[in-house]
Write a protein that binds this ligand. Structure first.
Ligand code: SIN
Length: 375
């Protein structure tokens, strides 16, 4: 039997003995440099290999089901980081791998507190000579949001790779183990430095700025439709072909060091026959920013425009994005007149991430527009 076919069984039996951490943010105990308790027991540190830290947050890559054909009804965020590492021992030929559990949740439950905790821990780790690269295991549903947040606040050129899976670890032909293996390969590669935060699934390396989830269940769900991929992992090697042209990591002005929370930004979806009441509700609930998932080129109904104008009148910054899935929302003189911002090619969920960080610097729509033009 091939190693790949044996993998789900290895995960299942490890899972049975594993203390499961579910549904909550668990404290990350900083491991001694280059090791975790689990990795230390079996893996001596090899000086010739890069040191890669895996930070686990949950998701399907850590998902588990009693049935190996169940790929939709499983529990995401069921397995711990030690189980994930022990299930892919081949990684230890690529890097000195150690892990930390930052959270263990389905990614719809990743919130601003987890984002801040993760970013601060990454900056702390990457400041050390003992860490050459970081892999973050994450649910795919909101993976691009975390990746783009990190792309804006990580203060290092060292590789940071966010990885997930579409099939739980217990499934036949689970995709997580090879995705994780490839992510460790990228994170340990000097070629991956300075690329901004990357996403790896299905052998493709995407920029956090460009890539998005496009399919509910397919393993080829992450696509970079207009701007393309940064590179691929093929035949055991890492290949890069493109670079992100937008500011990231060490060029970014955004800094989480002194942040303990982020401003509330809500997303409102545009549709026929909508009203302005959601705008009022968002403002009443404390929103400092609103992203509109507009129709077409960020279009809004008359009712939405009225709601947005009232919100803007109360100092709330409104950003027009699009529900179309691709393309640029172009900026116009009527945006300037209405005090509105356009999202460039950021989809609504990523526009929300940038707007939260922009609001930590200013509430001026014209200044915030310059961030959307550059990041
Ligand atoms: C999640 O996002 O946590 C569940 C779905 C997945 O990881 O693919």
């Amino acid at each position: 039997m091939s190693a790949a076919l044996m993998m789900p069984m290895a995960v299942s039996s490890a899972y049975a003995a594993d203390p499961v951490v579910q549904g909550t943010v668990v404290s990350s105990t900083p491991a001694p440099a280059k090791t975790t308790a689990a990795a230390a027991a079996t893996t001596p540190v090899t000086a010739a290999l890069p040191n890669v830290k895996i930070l686990a947050t949950g998701g399907t890559i850590a998902g588990s089901s009693a049935s190996n054909t169940d790929v939709t009804g499983y529990k995401a965020g069921a397995l711990t980081i030690d189980t994930l590492i022990n299930a892919v021992p081949e990684m230890k030929q690529l890097a000195n791998v150690s892990g930390e559990q930052i959270a263990n949740v389905g990614s719809p439950d990743i919130d601003n507190a987890v984002l801040l905790k993760l970013a601060k821990r990454i900056n702390e780790l990457l400041a050390s000579d003992d860490v050459d690269g970081i892999v973050i295991t994450h649910g795919t549903d909101t993976l691009e949001e975390t990746a783009y947040f990190l792309n804006l606040v990580v203060k290092s050129d060292k590789p940071v790779v966010v990885v997930g899976a579409m099939r739980p670890a217990t499934a036949i032909s689970a995709d997580g183990s090879f995705n994780l293996y490839n992510a460790v390969k990228i994170a340990g590669s000097p070629k991956a430095r300075g690329k901004g935060v990357m996403i790896e699934l299905n052998d493709r390396i995407g920029s956090a700025r460009y890539i998005t989830k496009t399919n509910t269940t397919g393993t080829d769900t992450f696509k970079s439709v207009e701007q393309g991929y940064l590179g691929v992992v093929s035949g055991g090697n890492v290949f890069f072909y493109n670079e992100s042209t937008r500011k990231h990591t060490t060029e970014s002005v955004f800094d989480v060091t002194n942040l303990t929370s982020l401003p509330q930004v809500d997303i409102l979806y545009e549709y026929q026959n909508n009203g302005s009441y959601f705008y009022n509700a968002a403002v009443a609930a404390g929103a400092k920013g609103i992203v509109v998932a507009g129709s077409g080129n960020g279009s809004m109904s008359s009712a939405s425009s009225k709601g947005a104008a009232e919100a803007a009148g109360k100092g709330v910054v409104v950003v027009r994005s699009t529900r179309t899935g691709s393309g640029v929302v172009t900026h116009s003189s009527s945006d300037d007149k209405a005090g509105m911002v356009s999202s460039d090619s950021l989809n609504p969920q990523k526009a929300r991430i940038l707007l939260m960080l922009a609001l930590t610097k200013t509430s001026s729509p014209s200044e915030i527009q310059t961030y959307f033009d550059q990041y």
